[in-house]
Design a protein around this ligand. Structure first.
Ligand code: NIG
Ligand code: FE
Length: 388
């Protein structure tokens, strides 16, 4: 069943040749989707007929958001930890262990229901591609369970056995790193595309991170790295050296880190919800963009450092406080996320793309930052299926 979307106020394609600016915006366009794919985009006057017509009523039409960083397989929450932070407590990686204990104690059905709830919450807000990490199990069985459940519900799965050293290995972290790099990896790799490490003081140092990531590469996975979230460190440079698809957080960067990212294929994935929820300074997106680095925006939805699933919120903060233009932020939340996941079928609206379409209840993409906190989703298709 084909659908032609007409009367579009502004079509954001992320195809620079198709229209204006980095977003490839056209104002006189129509879009045809069929069988899960975009089959035609062009001048409204030349649009082919389709089985049904959707009248966008002058609204903006965008590619669905690509959320390239989320931790959804967990049980419980940490609202009190958040409240304490807002009263001055610092964020510490150790809070992860609280969620590990709750997650280990939960049944499969509880975990699956939580992931489904969050993915549904994301889709309602216009997110049509979701990456999901493990990392709250930290035993071979619990991590395998996490990547298995993630693979049932999410578009992209990342094995994050090296999230933090679990309490039972506190005095022998080297042994835990070996476990992650051998037996745990062997059980988890079949469900995952990506391998991630939290490379940070209080989590894993550069040598430990390298051991895990190189083992992951040997098992056929591609690295992405939690890097430079809480302070400057080796994470970003390690990510670039190992050809990671993305270095995530990038809050504290030296000039050498910025140059390394700019000269690489590694995307700098910024997670402004984390800085909002941990009262840290926001990363400087302008510095990365001016240096020539590719920037993505993602939610980092998790019960600890950032419990938002809203890409619109991330866009608004990035524009207000990270010196991104609205167009740059929307690109980063769509095409940038796709690049961070090395996907060419999502994050754009041109012939051959997956039919992931977001109709905003607004005339232009600028309204995502201009009207923060306001629900602005009028319709969503994911792979051609109408979700909203
Ligand atoms: O991306 N930084 C490490 N991991 C998550 C936080 C997890 C947690 O606090 O539970 C993050 O911010
Ligand atoms: Fe994260």
């Amino acid at each position: 069943m084909s659908t032609v979307i007409r009367n579009i106020g502004e079509l954001v394609t992320n195809e620079p040749g198709f229209g204006e600016g980095v977003l490839g915006v056209r104002r006189d366009a129509a879009l045809v989707i069929d069988g899960g794919a975009v089959v035609w985009a062009g001048d409204a006057a030349a649009a082919p007929d389709a089985d049904e017509v959707y009248d966008a009523g002058g609204r903006a039409v965008l590619p669905g958001f690509v959320d390239s960083h989320a931790h959804l397989v967990f049980a419980g929450e940490r609202a009190e930890e958040f409240a304490a932070r807002m009263s001055g407590e610092p964020y510490a990686a150790g809070g992860i262990r609280t969620t590990v204990a709750r997650t280990r104690a939960a049944g499969d059905d509880e975990l699956r229901a939580n992931v489904r709830r969050l993915v549904a919450e994301m889709v309602r807000q216009g997110t049509t591609t979701v990456e999901c990490k493990s990392g709250y199990g930290l035993t071979v069985d619990d991590e395998e369970r996490a990547v298995r459940i993630a693979s049932e519900e999410a578009d992209e799965v990342t094995f994050l056995g090296a999230h933090v050293v679990p309490a039972e290995y506190a005095d022998r972290p080297g042994e835990y790193v070996r476990l992650v790099s051998t037996d745990m990896l062997a059980r988890c790799a079949p469900y995952a595309t990506w391998i991630d490490v939290f490379c940070e003081r209080g989590a894993f140092d550069a040598d430990q991170a390298r051991e895990v990531l190189e083992a992951g590469v040997r098992a056929g996975l591609t690295p992405r790295v939690h890097a430079n979230q809480l302070g400057e460190g080796p994470g970003v440079r390690l990510a670039v050296e190992l050809g990671a698809a993305s270095a995530d957080h990038c809050t504290f960067l030296s000039d050498a880190d910025v140059d390394a990212l700019a000269g690489s294929e590694t995307v700098a994935t910024l997670l402004p919800g984390v800085e909002f929820s941990t009262r840290q300074p926001y990363p400087d997106a302008r510095r990365l963009l001016d240096a020539g680095a590719a920037v993505a925006l993602a939610s980092d939805c998790n019960p600890g450092s950032c419990y938002t699933s809203s890409m619109a919120f991330c866009i608004a903060v990035a524009v207000r406080d990270m010196r991104m233009t609205p167009a740059e932020a929307v690109w980063a939340a769509t095409a940038g996320g796709a690049r961070a996941l090395r996907r060419t079928d999502v994050g754009r609206l041109g012939a051959g793309a997956r039919a992931d379409v977001l109709v905003l209840d607004a005339p232009s993409h600028v309204h995502l930052a201009y009207r923060p906190g306001v629900p602005q989703v009028a319709a969503v298709w994911k792979a051609g299926k109408r979700e909203v």
